[in-house]
Design a protein around this ligand. Structure first.
Ligand SMILES: Cc1cc2nc3c(=O)[nH]c(=O)nc-3n(C[C@H](O)[C@H](O)[C@H](O)COP(=O)(O)OP(=O)(O)OC[C@H]3O[C@@H](n4cnc5c(N)ncnc54)[C@H](O)[C@@H]3O)c2cc1C
Ligand code: SF4
Length: 506
């Protein structure tokens, strides 16, 4: 039985961060390392704030956790100090809680009953409890390779090694299938490896989990573009001949550009991923990045996760200044109950640790022009204040200047973090006879199967650019579907359906 007054006895405390001056000088995670005994005690207290409210919206897939994490259960196990059982219950629904515990924006916390009224002290610090259970699990050897008891003799190819592909691969290997993950990059992990910076997810944490997957029997082939023609590529005919089922977990990595903005072709104007990938590679020891912000005035265009990651990366590279621009007005700091009532995901100002470190954000502005120096390098951006609205006739989104005033600001490096347009136009898709939807994604039936029999899809490739927690949830569900396709039935969990959407006010 949970402590029914825990939330009245204890205030919410998030994990402490390292001082800004220290953390901008390295690439390590921003959170402070505590002595394990202090950390465990603090987190037990935080877990005791969960009152096991009876209808735990936190673990309902629509409003809370897409994985259906058994949050009240493991909160109580942590409260009583049963870390081994908490690890078992957490891993029952989540293959990679050390990733979500660090990276997830925590819709569970937005849906926590304690988030309804600020007087309650705020939501349980669920994400902190989750990441601590995961860390303790590794420290105390609760995470072991779980090898399959029997082999089915069926073969599965997973294309793409991001969180969706990895979750699907782990589930299917444990169900006894022979699973091979093909990754075109030289290292595994998808956006966990080369998109998300080290200061949010240290890659040793990813490598540790990959070692578990290998020990369980999942095979990995890197430097292999399925459907490609370069060295190491795997032709689609061979893929189809050698594997009984194929899962496409190829992500949605086609970056949105701004080709119509005058000056886009100037040197120093880049897509966000052109900045983040080599910065991550430098952390892996691959040598200096060609796009270094040191000493530069950096302008990041776009207000989401990717923009914040460029921002934090530029600060660590030693930028002279960092400015992040957003076309939309600044959201409120607190939930607006009219616009996004509990338990839906609230429209609020999201301040990432990177924003506390340096720099500035400006809202309701758009770049009119990138201004070049004589040598063809960007030297400034011209901004206008704007409103974003819908065309009453067509419903199309319009960005409209509020007046004629133009502000010019210095910029030696401009990073476009304005989203992703969907799956890349891969030869693999043509060879499989698949076309993209108007949203740039791959469609599937209720069994996660694309229109091409035996070919399944999950993660960003199906959903469009989304979140790690959704990628894992879709990977688990697609694994259930593939297992059923290969054997006639499946005991694997299926936390989400292909048409699942977060509860929202639309
Ligand atoms: C900069 C950035 C920061 C983010 N931060 C967060 C965050 O903090 N929290 C969060 O929840 N989400 C975050 N996200 C979103 C999250 O990373 C994605 O939703 C998630 O990684 C999607 O997983 P996936 O497995 O579907 O695809 P991906 O991670 O994109 O992996 C797809 C993989 O497929 C490979 N591939 C593609 N085609 C082929 C082929 N033909 N052959 C072989 N391999 C192929 C690619 O190389 C890639 O490795 C962030 C995204 C970005 C870009
Ligand atoms: S995965 Fe995300 S939504 Fe689910 S419990 Fe963890 S932080 Fe919450």
């Amino acid at each position: 039985m949970a402590d029914p007054i825990g939330f009245l006895s204890h205030a919410r405390h998030d994990a402490a961060k390292r001082p800004v001056a220290e953390r901008v000088g390295d690439w390590r995670e921003v959170y402070r390392d505590l002595e394990p005994a202090d950390r465990d005690q603090q987190v037990r207290t935080q877990a005791s704030r969960c009152m096991d409210c009876g209808i735990p919206f936190c673990h309902s897939g629509s409003a809370g956790c897409p994985l259906g994490n058994l949050i009240p259960e493991w909160n109580d196990l942590v409260r009583t100090g049963d870390w081994a059982m908490a690890s078992e219950r957490l891993h029952a629904t989540n293959n990679f809680p050390e990733f979500t515990g660090r990276l997830c924006p925590a819709p569970c916390e937005a849906a926590c009953v304690l988030a309804i009224s600020p007087e309650s002290g705020g939501a349980v610090a669920i994400k902190r409890v989750e990441s601590t259970i995961a860390d303790v699990s590794w420290e105390r050897d609760h995470v072991r390779a779980a090898t399959a008891a029997v082999s089915t003799g069926r073969t599965v190819a997973v294309v793409g090694s991001g969180p969706a592909g990895l979750a699907a691969a782990q589930q299917l290997t444990r169900a006894g299938h022979e699973v091979t993950v093909f990754e075109r990059d030289d290292r595994l992990g998808g956006l966990l490896r080369y998109g998300i910076p080290e200061f949010k997810l240290e890659k040793k944490i990813l490598d540790r989990r990959l070692a578990q997957l290998r020990a369980e029997g999942t095979r990995f082939v890197t430097g292999c573009e399925v459907g490609g023609t370069g060295p190491g590529a795997l032709p689609v005919e061979q893929l189809r001949a050698e594997y009984d089922a194929v899962i496409l977990a190829v992500g949605a990595l086609r970056g949105r550009d701004a080709p119509d903005v005058p000056g886009r072709s100037l040197r120093g104007v880049h897509l966000a991923m052109d900045h983040l990938v080599p910065a991550n590679r430098q952390c892996e020891g691959d040598g200096p990045t060609p796009i270094d912000a040191r000493g530069k005035h950096v302008v990041v265009i776009g207000g989401g996760d990717t923009g914040a990651d460029c921002y934090g990366t530029a600060v660590r590279q030693g930028a002279a200044s960092v400015l992040q621009l957003d076309q939309y007005p600044s959201p409120p700091v607190q939930r607006d109950d009219e616009r996004s009532p509990w338990p839906v995901w609230p429209w609020i100002l999201r301040t990432y640790p990177a924003h506390e470190e340096a720099g500035e954000r400006r809202f309701a502005v758009a770049v009119d022009e990138f201004v070049g120096a004589e040598d063809g390098t960007v030297r400034a951006v011209r901004l206008r204040e704007v409103v974003v609205r819908r065309d009453p006739a067509t419903g199309a989104r319009q960005v409209v200047p509020v007046d004629d005033e133009v502000h010019e600001l210095p910029a030696d490096l401009v990073l476009l973090a304005i989203g992703f347009e969907g799956v890349e136009h891969l030869p693999l898709l043509t060879d499989l006879g698949l076309a993209l939807t108007p949203r740039g994604t791959l469609s599937c039936g209720s069994d996660w199967q694309t229109p091409t029999p035996g070919v399944f899809v999950c993660g960003d490739a199906h959903r469009g650019a989304s979140l790690v927690v959704w990628a894992i949830a879709e990977g688990r569900s697609a694994a259930h579907a593939v297992d059923a396709y290969l054997t006639g039935a499946s005991d694997l969990p299926a936390p989400v359906r292909p048409n699942a959407l977060p509860l929202a006010v639309r």
